[in-house]
Ligand binder design. Sequence first.
Ligand code: HEC
Length: 395
Amino acid sequence: MNTEKLRNFLGSVPLHIVIIGFCVIWLIPALGLMVTSFRPVQDANETGWWTAFSEKPGAAEYTQYCGKCHGEDGSEIAEADLGDTEYIESFRRSLQIAATFNREYNGEIHLAEDDRPDDQQLADILAHLRRQTGLDERPQFTITNYEDAIVGYRGTTNYEADCEAGTQSVDLTCDFAQDLTNPRGMALAFRNSLFVAIPATILPLILAAFAAYAFSWMDFKGRIWFFAILVGLQVVPLQMTLVPISRIYFQLGIGGTFLGVWLFHTGFGLPYAIYLIRNFMGSLPRELFESAYLDGASHWTAFLRLALPLSMPALASLAIFQFLWVWNDLLVALIFLTGRNPVMTYQINNLVQSLGGGWHLLTASAFLSMLLPLIVFFAFQRYFVRGLLAGSVKG
Ligand code: HEC
């Protein structure tokens, strides 16, 4: 008995290691993204996110080289009070400090040749002294990146600081509620993304449910052929249709509108959606439907009362996949929605191009756009697994 338990346990160890490995591979970059998005601009640009939790450089060096004479808080020597804000401010560069090392005080050289910090260490020491005296007061973590991303701030400091100083750019009013509608901001993009993703999920789902019912339980001519064509349609690359569809859209006057994107996503979601739901509906017990028809149920009743409720797991998982796909889509939004109605992916793309190294804004925006998919994923994760199995396992 015990050996069997042990063997079972040992047998599952490799599997667990693999699973933990996947979790780590997924979690570490996500964590890095999150930590960076909360760090002040300078920190995010200068050091890696993992240093956010460690002690700032310079403190240890200060204790090692200077602490024994100047004291831990720098104020031991009254003539050179390193704990005094104004005094430290007069040293703008570490070179100015290095120049004092050769001076002699009371006949003694300030710092002996072989007891000096190197350039980098000295720079860190100065940074430490500036922090300690409150010159470079910046918090470990901040939410200004999120504020900036949400209102679409593109200046050199941040939204709050600019508004306090009254130097904000023309497109920002500094009334936060009003700035939420700034076309460069993530707030508006979030609304647009929702406005795209929800109908583009519901529409194909409803149509696919109807079609799947027809393919599974209605007899009509050419059923097999229609279904074969449908399966074949799944391999049509989206890119191939960009030109013809956009021409049609502009003739119809729905280029750059939400309607156009809904229709496009519906069209491209449908073949796979019908295929998946049909597989699921088709595997429901035949007797159930036959007895329903014998009792005089119409197709409409059978669809609403039987097929739809029983296919809920498949529909839910499909909804999740379709939603995530539409949410993360850039190509379709870029071409059919353009900058007139920017969605989140469009906005992030713009950030990368216009800021290059603006990691603080980029990470905050990226995290904002991840938020909803994460919520959807965790809220519906059991459907997720069922959906992956839908069609592959009968019953
Ligand atoms: C051996 C003791 C000792 C050590 C170690 C030491 N100092 Fe000093 N430091 C002094 C004394 C003594 C003075 C002179 C105070 C005065 O003006 O009489 C001084 C003065 C200074 C001054 C003012 C220079 C000027 O003339 O304007 C600065 C800046 C300074 N120290 C920085 C540092 C830094 C940074 C370190 C560490 C890398 C350091 N010191 C290490 C003893 C020390």
